[in-house]
Design a protein around this ligand. Structure first.
Ligand code: COS
Length: 383
């Protein structure tokens, strides 16, 4: 098999991707500025995605999804992120939040929850980080104590995507404080309407403003036994295996942001006149654009390689998804910074999209594991 064959999408998938591309150009990109300015979760885009089966992308056909696999999911997230990173996070987060259930949930739990996520009727949220446990989730303090028929959860999470708009919050809590923390954690599916569950104030952020980030709080929240995900005490592994896959979505976002910024700067440089000619005829600008295109293409290749490993459950997946996320997000930051530079003064103002892309790119270096954590994950595979 050639390397190319590993990354190939079928003709049906390419047609689907072309439909997404057109939809993003016509309906999502024109909304991106207002979404960023208002900081409101775009329910219209959510509905658009649900109508066009985009929430089905992370799911197999048995659970109402498209069954099109990781590469197609990455390509779709990338295509959306070219126009609006916040909107792409809706699809990526649906993957993140459902992965614990897809990988470890009981058949009953999967049948109950996944089809409603695949249709877009329900949104999901992944609640691992806490105020004092971000890079080190094994230090979490949220507790789950056994009661008749289920568990009672108490504690608080932090920096949680889809806060306030999700219907199911996949929550990790300590169930056995007497063992080393990472071995005493369990994953639970907590429904948004559970008594004692609430979201405290949402964060005011630098970027990705259309995606609400907040602090779920649990006060004696009862979770029935049937909502335990995987084995009691094995939640840390559930979280790690989830992140090994979900980081592909962040890599895809980063590639999309970088390509969106490169495309915009390229078009701008054709029109902008300086010293009597379009600036794309100046070597200083040409070199910038060439580097932006090259780095983005390299990031995409690494991402698609990692996505192809996910499709075959290859043991190298964790290493490659960490490398793809690390490399693509650093590229997104570099490329968007250069795009601002190509536009000069126009790049620094909100009338043009590249400063938003630069702010959005920053988060891809931080969430689902900072890039320093990705390096830890990669280095461990070398030891
Ligand atoms: N897949 C499966 N199991 C894994 C795993 C993986 N990728 N990584 C670790 N584990 C298991 C280990 O095998 C170990 O299992 P046992 O207890 O049965 O031996 C357990 O998890 C603990 O592993 P370890 O001791 O390596 O845990 P650490 O606390 O040292 O974890 C890292 C280190 C950095 C890998 C981890 O803390 C991490 O990924 N942090 C970043 C978290 C993150 O991305 N947060 C962002 C917020 S979520 S959006």
């Amino acid at each position: 098999m050639t390397a190319d064959a590993q990354y190939a999408l079928t003709q049906d998938q390419l047609d689907f991707l072309e439909m997404i591309r057109q939809m993003v150009v016509e309906k999502v990109t024109p909304r991106a500025h207002d979404i960023d300015e208002s900081g409101e979760f775009p329910q219209d885009i959510r509905q658009l995605f649900a109508d066009h089966d985009l929430f089905g992308l992370p799911f197999d056909e048995k659970h109402g999804g498209t069954g099109t696999g990781e590469l197609m999911l990455c390509a779709a997230v990338e295509e959306i992120a070219k126009g609006c990173a916040s909107s792409s996070l809706m699809v990526a987060c649906q993957d993140l939040a459902s992965l614990p259930m897809k990988l470890h949930g009981s058949d009953e739990l999967k049948d109950r929850i996944l089809p409603r996520m695949a249709s877009g009727e329900w949104l999901g949220s992944f609640c691992l980080s806490e105020p004092d446990a971000g890079s080190d989730p094994g230090a979490m303090r949220t507790r789950a104590t056994k009661v008749d028929g289920g568990w009672k959860l108490n504690g608080a999470k932090n920096w949680i995507t889809n806060s306030g708009v999700a219907d199911v919050y996949v929550t990790f809590a300590v169930t056995d404080p007497d063992v080393k923390f990472s071995r005493g954690i369990t994953a639970f599916a907590v429904m948004a309407d559970a008594e004692g569950f609430r979201i405290d104030a949402l964060e005011k952020k630098m970027g990705m403003k259309g995606s609400p980030t907040g602090q779920p709080v649990y006060e004696d929240v009862f979770v029935p036994d049937e909502n335990v995900i995987g084995e009691v005490g094995k939640g840390f592994t559930v979280a790690m295996q989830t992140l090994d896959r979900s980081r592909l979505g962040i890599g895809a976002q980063a590639v999309g942001i970088a390509q969106g910024a490169t495309d915009f700067a390229t078009e701008y440089a054709k029109e902008r006149i300086a010293f009597g000619k379009p600036i794309n005829q100046l070597q200083g600008i040409q070199f910038k654009l060439a580097d932006m295109e090259t780095k983005t293409a390299a990031a995409r290749e690494l991402l698609y390689k990692a996505a192809s490993l996910a499709e075959t459950n290859d043991p190298k997946l964790g290493k490659y998804s960490a490398m793809a996320k690390l490399f693509a997000s650093d590229v997104a930051m570099e490329v968007t910074t250069e795009a601002v530079q190509v536009l000069g003064g126009y790049g620094y103002v909100r009338e043009y999209p590249v400063e938003r892309m630069m702010r959005d790119a920053k988060l891809t270096q931080i969430y689902e594991g900072t890039n320093e954590i990705q390096r830890v994950v990669i280095a461990r595979t070398l030891a």
